[in-house]
Design a protein around this ligand. Structure first.
Ligand SMILES: Nc1ncnc2c1ncn2[C@@H]1O[C@H](COP(=O)(O)OP(=O)(O)OP(=O)(O)O)[C@@H](O)[C@H]1O
Ligand SMILES: [Mg+2]
Length: 228
């Protein structure tokens, strides 16, 4: 199996090498746990490897994504020929879905992209009612699968169960799921960040949550350490 580096050494180790090529992986986490940052590492790792990459954002526009990356020492501007950053207006659901279904396959093909980041799907999911949500997610999955890209889709966590995505559907349509969350030993202890590989089809991966930090160089996973 061929693995793609996530750009985060400790996470690659936890995954047994990286994300399997053509896998679609959900990254689920509470606000501020570093979901976007993890996605940016994945895209940056592709760029420095000479790959073409696409970011679809429901949150931020192109300039602020480039700024986010720069804040962590990742230079996206030098790779402007190899990266396409698109902001989808979540308010226009039908238009967003149409763009994903008809434009995205063409963009991927046209630039021969191998990596895609979708950040964050929760905003898109919120626009559908229960019956339509799964279908909308499945159609995004199908586009990515047919295009044979490797993808990360970020999602907000469920408030009661931070391991699960907000609507509890994303992890089923994805090949893998990674949980990023706040872990508090006791009221008096400082909150720590923990990362766990919840699922990765066809891969023998670790299941233990491992501590990580967000630094000026982005995410560092301490895969050999324990959280407490
Ligand atoms: N230069 C830096 N050094 C250390 N930590 C930083 C730095 N810049 C940002 N952070 C941390 O990273 C967090 C933001 O990470 P990120 O935006 O990836 O999280 P997120 O899970 O995508 O959040 P959201 O749910 O708001 O989209 C900040 O809340 C802050 O704690
Ligand atoms: Mg984010």
């Amino acid at each position: 199996m061929e693995f793609l580096s996530t750009g985060i050494d400790g996470l690659d180790s936890m995954l047994g090498g990286g994300i399997p090529r053509k896998h679609i992986v959900a990254v689920v986490g509470q606000h501020g746990t570093g979901k976007t940052t993890l996605g940016l590492h994945f895209i940056h790792a592709g760029l420095i490897n000479g790959e073409r990459c696409i970011i679809l954002s429901f949150d931020e526009d192109e300039d602020s994504i480039i700024e986010d990356a720069k804040n962590f020492g990742m230079d996206f501007e030098s790779y402007s020929d190899n990266i396409e950053i698109t902001r989808l207006e979540a308010a226009e659901v039908k238009e967003s879905l149409r763009k994903i279904k008809s434009d995205l396959p063409e963009v991927i093909k046209g630039m021969n992209a191998s990596r895609v980041l979708v950040d964050t799907i929760s905003i898109f999911e919120a626009l559908f009612d229960e019956g339509e949500r799964y279908k909308a997610l499945a159609s995004i999955r199908n586009v990515l699968k047919v295009a044979e890209v490797t993808a990360i889709i970020t999602s907000e966590a469920d408030k009661a169960n931070p391991m699960f995505s907000k609507y509890g559907l994303l992890e089923y349509i994805c090949d893998g799921a990674i949980s990023m969350r706040y872990i508090r030993g006791s009221e008096l202890e400082e909150v720590r960040l923990g990362l766990e590989v919840v699922k990765m089809r066809r891969v023998k991966h670790s299941r233990k949550p491992k501590p990580y930090e967000i630094t000026e160089n982005g995410i560092v996973v301490f895969e050999k350490e324990e959280i407490f």
